[in-house]
Ligand binder design. Sequence first.
Ligand code: FAD
Length: 452
Amino acid sequence: MTEITRDVVVIGAGPAGTAAANTLQEARLSVAVLEARDRVGGRTWTNTVDGAWLELGGQWISPDQTALLETIEDLGLETYSRYREGESVYIGREGEAVRFTGDIFPVAPETEKTMVALIEKLDTMVAQVDPDRVWEAPDAEALDKISFEAWLREQTSDQEVIDNIGLFIGAMMLTKPPHAFSMLQALQMAASAGSFTDLVDADFILDKRVVGGMQSVSQGLAARLGDDVFLEQPVRFLEWSDNGVVARADGMTVRARHAILAHAPVLYSRISFEPPLPRRQQQLHQHLSMGLVIKVHAVYERPFWREQGLSGTAFSPYELAHEAYDNTNHGDERGTLVAFVSDRLADGVFELSADERREKILDSLSHYYGPEAKNPLVYYESDWGTEEWTRGAYAASFDLGGLARYQKDVRTPVGPIHFACSDIAGAGFQHVDGAIRMGRTVAAEIAAEIIA
Ligand code: FAD
């Protein structure tokens, strides 16, 4: 069993962990990054499947995600825009595919009026929420007691409005049904992206991709750490005291002054802490849970939808695949669609055989793009719910009442143990940008403490 000593041991080599370790190294502190998997990148994973190069995890960047954009520039990586020429498709309650341009779905005029008014109201409420300090928002406790769905029902009886606004935060972001998270959690999600309007604007939130794939951000950061990244080293035990930590992984032990847990909070309980974490942390960690979404890639000989004047962007709260986009790779002649199946609908299709599931999902895509969508050359479902070191997608969020009660301590260090992950970020919450922000912030705090 190898035993090494460092200033800081970082547990997890995703965007948060690799960013933290770089900041520590820049402050001339020694680090060891222990990663459970045989690769770096965590929930960002760029892989070739049946000859198709696919982004199996996180991939898009919005213009406000400056920590990520700076990192991309610093690593010498390039970005390119998501394809968005042409018309989008919306399928409403009647089940008919309707083409549209702009942000507002082509719904009946009264429904549109109600949707626009509700989005304005949400923008006003979101403007009063600091995503890092949500408990201080006006009426935080009351807003954390009511589910997003129940709040929407108080605003309107128009079911299509409820379904669409619910979709924006539910299936499309937190990947939980809108009855399973609070109005306050919905506001934080939107505040983390600047506003509700930004969050629902696909051209903003899904603006750019990284040439070479999002995983190359973590790979680039890890390369700078050289031999200080250790793969296939799941940390099982963490002993801690005022004097520091001892992290025991499968093949090695690291003694350090500080530890950073740089992974999803639902995995904290995979580590045996000695002594156990305090009551507050043991409790609050139980109130965070992962959403569930299947990210589906379908690769075709050519991007046939473009020939029909379609951008590839498609939405419907009534379809199995509630959103889909053109995900054709930079410089690729083949056409790629990416689609998402969320929460209860994902549960439903996971009960089917793989062939039945594929047929149902492709059938849903055909409702947006026509029958050609049913015959891809390559088809792949990213299923992060079965990944031992992630347990869901995209990220974790609080249950009803959890955010107002616990957010203020979600990042509070416990002795030498610090927490950094996109799932506990304010700005960039649930995104790679938030992971990098968290990693940098926590590392800077540790560096300041050690240097003082
Ligand atoms: P992770 O990426 O989860 O990395 C944590 C690492 O810690 C993992 O490598 C894990 O193996 C390791 N680990 C866990 N426990 C241990 C242990 N005990 N010992 C050692 N190692 C451990 N974000 C965007 O910005 N844009 C998107 O378009 C986007 N789309 C997404 C699509 C999907 C399907 C998914 C799953 C995520 C998506 N995200 C997106 C979210 C984004 O990928 C995450 O927010 C980000 O990767 C989180 O980074 P992290 O470092 O905090 O955690």
